[in-house]
Design a protein around this ligand. Structure first.
Ligand code: SF4
Ligand code: SF4
Length: 497
């Protein structure tokens, strides 16, 4: 069977039926980009998605202004390895929590995708929301719907085309600039961003360059690259083929009900009983990735539901039941089976619950003051007079709170004392690290081993804030041996006399 190319049906390019599997829909046989002029969708799913996008925009543009105890609610400062999640600061020392959060998130994604396909992409992915609900709508406003955009592309450069293109690209760049600023605020915080914007460029040249680069990237993505991000770059999109199975919920065409497809007029005349698809191509014309969902599940489908709305409208128009394209699983379409909770999903759920529990324990037991004590390198012990021995240590304390804390050190499990090298307190500024050197002095008769385990308490006034563990290196000292040595010496002396 030979059929027309799905994306531009009016061009009547003839291609073999399975050729859509050979290359992505937006690239022609010569590897050249085919621009998608997606028709404006209309329908119940599009309306709900519009409301969801408003929620997303409110969150995206408001959250950088929200602070908890003077800190941003969220901060993902990758260059400085500093993260704030729900107002809690995470340092490189909390990396295992961060790592576990990432693993939990990945398991969630796997489970979610196995069950619900690309629901995330279609409904809440920032790329889809910005593209379809902001830039695309702006484009419809300036250039008109798909048909007008095609005409505008074909006509030669005149006053009208120059004006429309200039307005569109200026608006696109300004929007990209705004998005880039807010995006950056999630990395460096609103305070720092305000400084970059309000102070001379020379004082924040790096920040200024970052804003321009981000703006350029966003502009490039939304003005030119568009659906290619989802179909070529996005790693989540690439993983769909291994994450989805025949029980996953996807946007699917009910070929059992739809085939054999037939144009509506012919259908009326037909003596046989053709399928419900009237081959109107409305589902193809609205698709932002340029595919024909009637070819089956394709990796380019971002689950945006535009084709469901388009087909439902056509079904209403010809008096057939809605849902020829709908949310369903492949098995559901093939055998009428309902969506199932499969053993694979059960295993992922178990894993997810386990990881979430672990994460909760780690988060709850996470300390606001943390640190390490290390013995000074290349030094053994120092004998202090005839009755004690000391070791030199370096302490590094991290203060994750939002107040400066002067800390004092106390030995918790030994009778010795601590001698600070540079003053009594380890002053640790808020959200910063403090360093200090100190000696621990232990009496000889306490040292029973080459290595003695010690616990050092960190105190703010009389309140213990944290405890840290370290080792004390000393000579092996046995009082019994000393007594025997003394006795031996006395006996030798007596013998001599
Ligand atoms: S096939 Fe349908 S759901 Fe998938 S991207 Fe195209 S319009 Fe959206
Ligand atoms: S919109 Fe519905 S009826 Fe029209 S071509 Fe697509 S599947 Fe067939």
């Amino acid at each position: 069977m030979i059929k027309t190319q799905a994306i531009f049906p009016e061009e009547k390019e003839t291609i073999p039926p399975e050729s859509f599997r050979d290359r992505i829909a937006t690239v022609d046989g010569k590897g050249k980009r085919k621009w998608v002029f997606a028709q404006k969708p209309k329908g119940r799913f599009y309306s709900i998605r519009t409301y969801v996008s408003w929620g997303f925009f409110i969150l995206f543009f408001v959250l950088p202004f929200v602070t908890v105890k003077g800190r941003p609610l969220f901060l993902f400062n990758i260059p400085e390895a500093r993260f704030i999640i729900f107002g809690k600061v995470f340092w490189p020392q909390d990396f295992f929590i961060f790592g576990l959060t990432m693993i939990t998130f990945i398991v969630f994604i796997v489970l979610f995708t196995a069950a619900f396909g690309r629901l995330f992409c279609g409904w809440v992915c920032p790329q889809t929301i910005f593209m379809e609900m902001l830039f695309r709508k702006l484009e419809y406003l300036i250039e008109g719907d798909a048909a007008e955009q095609k005409i505008l592309k074909k006509i030669s450069w005149g006053e009208k085309k120059i004006l429309k293109k200039t307005v569109k690209h200026t608006a696109f760049f300004l929007l990209s600039l705004i998005i880039a600023n807010f995006f950056l605020s999630y990395i460096i915080g609103m305070k720092e961003l305000t400084k970059i914007i309000s102070e001379p460029v020379t004082e924040h040249f790096g920040g200024f360059v970052a804003i321009i680069v981000f703006s350029g990237v966003f502009y490039g993505v939304y003005a030119y690259f568009r659906e290619q991000v989802c179909t070529v770059i996005c790693p989540y999109g690439r993983l769909q083929s291994v994450l989805l199975d025949r029980n996953s919920m996807i946007v699917a065409y009910d070929y059992k009900r739809g085939e054999p497809r037939e144009k509506f007029k012919k259908k009326i005349k037909a003596e046989t009983n053709p399928g419900n698809c009237i081959d109107c191509f409305q589902c193809v014309k609205v698709c932002p990735t340029g595919i024909d969902i009637r070819n089956g599940t394709q990796m380019e489908c971002v689950g945006c539901t535009a084709c469901i709305d388009a087909c439902d409208r056509m079904m209403d128009a010809v008096g057939s039941p809605r849902g020829l394209i709908r949310y369903a699983s492949e098995n559901g379409i093939a055998s009428g089976m309902k969506l199932k909770y499969t053993p694979r999903m059960k295993f992922y759920t178990f894993l997810l619950v386990l990881l979430s529990g672990l994460l909760a324990i780690l988060l709850l037991s996470r300390k606001d003051i943390d640190g390490t004590i290390l013995r000074a390198s290349n030094m053994l012990y120092q004998e202090r007079g005839s009755d004690s021995v000391s070791n030199l240590y370096n302490i590094k304390v991290i203060n994750k709170t939002i107040k400066d804390i002067p800390l004092t050190l106390r030995l918790e499990n030994a009778p010795g004392r601590i001698i600070e090298v540079e003053g009594r307190n380890v002053d640790v500024k808020k959200e910063a690290q403090g360093k200090r050197s100190f000696f621990i002095v232990l009496p000889n008769n306490f040292i029973k081993d080459r290595k003695t385990k010690l616990i050092v308490g960190l105190y703010e006034g009389d309140k213990q804030i944290a405890t840290l563990k370290t080792n004390f290196m000393g000579p092996i000292y046995h009082p019994e041996m000393e007594k025997e040595e003394k006795k031996e010496k006395e006996e030798n002396l007596n013998k001599d006399h």
